[in-house]
Ligand binder design. Structure first.
Ligand SMILES: NC(=O)c1ccc[n+]([C@@H]2O[C@H](COP(=O)([O-])OP(=O)(O)OC[C@H]3O[C@@H](n4cnc5c(N)ncnc54)[C@H](OP(=O)(O)O)[C@@H]3O)[C@@H](O)[C@H]2O)c1
Length: 353
């Protein structure tokens, strides 16, 4: 792969796509060439990157010739249709949808946890579910220290997790209600403004939603922990940006609040904000647009042995999507350097013989 890769952003006009562009720019990712792809509705739209205007093109099967990295965030059906085509054309796809996350041939990666899994990709790498990503940023370091057995959790998920139309729905409903009008509904089955919906994603026959089961299924794969169990209730709240999760975790080993704080203080990509006496704890409002997630409200769980309760918040458009995807792309470039060094060492050895 080129060390100044040709990057295609698929779903560039969406809530995640826009963050993808900002993140590539902010992290100085060495984009050699940029292609922006979306639906036919967006053809001709201009988006800025590094002060330059780029025109959005229509996503078509021949769009990936010469593309090194494809950052996909256009929904599961688009990924299912186009990611294999892109991989076939030699592009490495980092996919934000749920289409390939549980596929045995596809690594599912949070770089702070299992960056090494990037190495065995076969053209597609999956980005985890956003609520799972935010939770694991705090849970995984605790797991390494104390061995997590199971968690009970409730999420407080921002509307931007549903995409650009849901952000607009909350704005519109607030405006309508303030003006004394009936709130109009397009995205969610119920009013989201001044309400909470215990319903994220579609329901499964056992009563959980698909989103709720992602924590256990994706958590097992990312942490390499096949017996991890998670019972989760996912709730949509009228917050624009950043998800929060209240977690009760049970561990194999005894755990104290001080020992947990010590572990979390050193965890990468995580801030410890835990000073209840000063009303200091993570708040989604202040974690919006931040790369790090934050953990606080750490206490012994009084209802289980070796239990710990905590609260974790993080910008799901970043750590749960765009930032994580760009971090994976950075891992790909590092891997490329390692491979080049290895092959030049091999060439050197052969030449010496
Ligand atoms: N939002 C989050 O926090 C989050 C977090 C993790 C993962 N994800 C995943 O990321 C994906 C995108 O989410 P989002 O929130 O960014 O949604 P969004 O705001 O609704 O954006 C969807 C994007 O997909 C494009 N698209 C839709 N239909 C298309 C088609 N037929 N061909 C080509 N492009 C098409 C849209 O283009 P147009 O503008 O032209 O319609 C737009 O750019 C989803 O799979 C979602 O599950 C989202």
């Amino acid at each position: 792969m080129n060390q100044k890769p040709h990057v295609a952003v698929v779903g560039a006009t969406g809530a995640v796509g826009i963050e993808m562009l900002k993140t590539l720019e902010k992290r100085n990712f060495p984009v050699g060439k940029l292609t922006l792809l979306a639906s036919a509705r967006s053809v001709g739209k201009k988006l800025k990157f590094r002060g330059e205007e780029f025109t959005v093109e229509e996503l078509k099967k021949d769009a990936f010739k010469g593309v090194d990295i494809g950052l996909f965030s256009a929904g599961g059906s688009i990924s299912k249709e186009f990611a294999p085509v892109a991989a076939q054309a030699g592009c490495v796809v980092v996919d934000n949808s749920s289409a390939f996350r549980m596929d045995d041939k596809v690594p599912l990666v949070i770089p702070e946890i299992n960056a090494a899994d990037v190495k065995w990709h076969k053209g597609i790498i999956a980005n985890p579910n956003c609520t799972t990503a935010v939770t694991l940023m705090a849970l995984y370091p605790l797991h390494q220290a104390f061995g997590v057995k199971r968690i009970f959790a409730s999420s407080y998920q921002a509307v931007s997790g549903t995409g650009a139309k849901a952000i607009e729905e909350l704005r519109r409903q607030v405006d309508e209600i303030v003006k004394g009008k009936q709130a109009s509904k397009e995205v969610y089955p119920h009013q989201i403004a001044f309400n909470v919906l215990p319903h994220v994603d579609s329901f499964l026959p056992d009563g959980y939603t698909k989103e709720e089961m992602k924590m256990q299924n994706e958590g097992r794969k990312i942490m390499h922990h096949p017996t991890f169990r998670a019972s989760v209730t996912c709730v949509r709240v009228p917050v624009y940006r950043a998800h929060s999760v209240a977690v009760s975790a049970e561990f194999e080993k005894p755990v104290t609040v001080e020992a947990a704080r010590e572990v979390l203080r050193k965890a990468p990509g995580l801030q410890l904000i835990d000073n209840p006496g000063k009303n200091e704890y993570p708040l989604p409002l202040y974690l919006a647009e931040q790369y790090d997630c934050a953990v606080g409200r750490i206490r012994r769980d009084c209802a289980m042995d070796n239990g710990l309760a905590f609260w974790v918040s993080g910008d799901q458009l970043l750590k749960g999507a765009a930032l994580n995807a760009v971090q994976i792309a950075e891992e790909l470039l590092e891997l490329n350097v390692e491979n080049m060094e290895r092959s030049s060492q091999k060439d050197g050895l052969l030449a010496a013989r």
